[in-house]
Design a protein around this ligand. Structure first.
Ligand code: TYD
Length: 214
């Protein structure tokens, strides 16, 4: 039997994922639910090194399949070193981005194909799919405007992609919502943050109750 729940957050850049994750952590703390929160590459040395290559602004020559393979490699290391041990110890794991990011960004927006990208990721994740994925939906214009306002956040290579690309990423997430209706739940992230969190809380509580009653 599974020892705990694996919950991922997805969404276009600037959708408020980091703030929502902090709110989830506070909520779980308050309710005495053992958890960890992480993000790829999550401070895992090997995964960080791989990620540095992907996000380096110098690497404009990077082939899109190379990018997808590197994301999968970084994901694998973070999963093996961080996520699986935490789940085995009975922690609920909240992860900022996982395989769906690769499916939406590399598979759909970069047009490698979602099935192809899923195939290399299956090798990387060995069946560790999330129990619940919260997709924070927002129009790319609004998301990017939020990023521009937040001066502390470093703008990376992918942030600089054109709006078209971000619109395609969003379409990619919509495809995923159709493909995995039970696992992925869409949340309107254009609302006020406390209202967004109400939706998040409801979905997480439902999942926890379902898990405990199994
Ligand atoms: P990240 O560092 O998680 O930034 P944020 O979530 O704050 O936007 O991700 C950096 C970029 O990498 C982001 O634009 C999404 C992209 N990305 C992919 O293209 N594929 C992937 O598999 C992942 C995990 C991220």
């Amino acid at each position: 039997m599974k020892k705990s729940l694996f919950i991922t957050l997805e969404g276009p850049d600037g959708s408020g994922k980091s703030t929502i994750i902090k709110m989830i952590e506070e909520y779980l703390d308050k309710n005495g639910i053992k958890h960890i929160s992480t993000r790829e590459p999550g401070g895992i040395d090997i995964a960080e090194q791989v990620r540095e290559v992907i996000l380096n602004k110098k690497n404009t020559a990077m082939d899109k399949r190379t990018e997808a393979l590197l994301y999968a490699a970084s994901r694998r290391q973070h999963l093996a070193e961080r996520v699986i041990p935490a789940l085995e110890q009975g922690n609920l794991v909240i992860c900022d981005r996982f395989v769906d990011s690769s499916l939406a960004y590399q598979g759909y927006a970069r047009e490698i194909g979602m099935e192809e990208v899923m195939r290399i990721n299956e090798f990387a994740i060995e069946g560790y799919m999330p129990d619940l994925t919260l997709y924070l939906d927002i129009e790319p214009q609004i998301g990017l405007a939020r990023i521009a306002k937040n001066k502390e956040r470093e703008v990376n290579r992918l942030d600089l992609e054109k709006l078209d690309f971000h619109n395609k990423v969003r379409e990619g997430y919509f495809k995923l919502l159709e493909a995995y209706p039970n696992r992925i739940k869409k949340i309107d992230a254009s609302k006020e943050i406390n209202l967004v969190f109400e939706d998040v809380k409801r979905l997480i509580n439902y999942k926890i109750t379902e898990f405990l009653n199994k």
